[in-house]
Ligand binder design. Structure first.
Ligand code: SF4
Ligand code: SF4
Length: 402
């Protein structure tokens, strides 16, 4: 490992004083500045971020089949900051190749369903991922195309998952999340990105079983016990604030983070954007259940305090404020933001209806119609809508309480 530069420790979401420790049990997260996606900057930042945690050779050996799990969602153009930026994907491909690995790129975004490869590959093209893979001669995998049920006896609640075969067949899984807000879970990063290993509409079924933020986050933690990436590299050069993960506002953060511990990585990322990591249920639950220790983290490279963004905007939805399940269920419809249609932007593609896990969306007249009594506020419809035609509106009482 390279010489340490700035080092910090994080406790309860607060970056404390400089810290030196040789304890190998402590998670190390590298934090590197990256001005923009210009290739020389992104390549240098990725190389530095990986160098600070031992270099790519610590994770990838010659001949390894390496799956780069991107965040694709609906395949928005890179400027919208919804997807992992193609420049970051390219830089990681270069690193994997340099280590002698065989990179492949893929996602199960949920947007495409199990069988709709055409829609998936169109999303890869609009997000700029297809061009990168063509130029780098790297195969793009449609992860939803082949599923396998994987038993998860160690899971607290979720004892099995329907996963992509490609994920299980890879020698090395590298997760490439984007730093974004999320209406249901407050924040989406390294832990949430692995949800994309669950294939197609099986994700909607998981949403139906895990309707509130706490249960949904426990599902993510159970999944993390089954699918743990060898390496997570976060694109936080331009992240998303406000109504993420797809309708928010791009926000320059100018950072790349890397770690073998996605829980610790999320904790550092949250600290930069002013979110207490313990407020993010998946981070807190993973910490409590021993899938990551965020009480002591070595941060290599930049000091998170120096990169902090004080006015980072959180989602309009209030779901994350009501993690107590009982209260959540009673007050749900009165307090928590509900999806509403903006007709002018609706393309009538019906993806929202296709993916709604509680059948709360129906075809009435020419446009989708929402039954808010059935709606479990998972926000899949907002996340997957290609026209940004679904907004989250918090009821009066919810605004008052907030
Ligand atoms: S609201 Fe969005 S996802 Fe639903 S039909 Fe309209 S454009 Fe498609
Ligand atoms: S209407 Fe939207 S937010 Fe409500 S359950 Fe369906 S997909 Fe989820």
């Amino acid at each position: 490992m390279e010489d340490r530069q700035d080092q910090s420790s994080i406790s309860s979401g607060v970056v404390s004083s400089a810290y030196h420790c040789e304890d190998s049990d402590i998670s190390t997260v590298s934090l590197v500045k990256c001005q923009d996606y210009e290739s020389s900057n992104s390549e240098a930042a990725i190389e530095k971020a990986l160098g600070l945690i031992g270099g790519i050779g610590s994770y990838v050996k010659s001949g390894d089949r390496v799956l780069l799990k991107i965040n694709l969602l609906t395949g928005d153009v890179p400027e919208k900051a919804v997807t992992t930026h193609p420049a970051i994907v390219r830089a990681v491909i270069h690193q994997v190749k340099a280590a002698g690995g065989i990179p492949k790129v893929g996602d199960c975004s949920g947007y495409e369903g199990a069988s709709n490869s055409k829609r998936y590959f169109a999303a890869c093209r609009s997000a700029g991922i297809m061009q990168v893979c063509e130029e780098e001669k790297v195969e793009i995998l449609h992860l939803s195309a082949q599923s396998i049920e994987a038993k998860n006896p160690g899971g607290r609640i979720f004892k099995s998952f329907v996963l992509s075969k490609h994920v299980l067949q890879a020698d090395v899984l590298i997760s490439l999340p984007k730093l974004k807000t999320h209406g249901l879970t407050l924040f989406t990063g390294g832990v949430k990105n692995i949800f994309g290993c669950v294939t197609g509409l099986n994700k909607a079924k998981m949403h139906l079983r895990a309707q509130d933020p706490e249960t949904f986050s426990q599902m993510l933690v159970d999944l993390l016990g089954l699918v743990r990436p060898e390496l997570t590299v976060m694109d936080a050069v331009v992240g998303m604030e406000g109504n993420g993960p797809s309708n928010g506002t791009p926000r320059q953060i100018k950072a790349i983070l890397a770690s073998k511990d996605p829980v610790a990585l999320d904790a550092v990322a949250c600290t930069i954007v002013g979110i207490d990591p313990f407020m993010v249920p998946s981070t807190r639950l993973a910490h409590e259940q021993g899938l990551g220790d965020i009480s002591r983290i070595n941060v290599m490279g930049e000091n998170p305090v120096d990169m902090e963004i004080k006015d980072f905007q959180l989602p309009a939805g209030t779901a994350s404020f009501f993690r107590a399940r009982g209260l959540m269920r009673i007050l749900h419809s009165m307090l928590v933001a509900k999806p509403v249609l903006v007709k002018e932007r609706c393309k009538k593609c019906w993806i929202c209806m296709e993916h709604c896990p509680s059948a709360a969306i129906s075809e009435k007249g020419a446009y989708p119609s929402f039954d808010h009594k059935k709606c479990i506020r998972c926000y899949c419809c907002q996340e997957l809508c290609p026209g940004n035609a679904i907004e989250l509106k918090t009821p009066f009482l919810g605004r008052f309480v907030k």
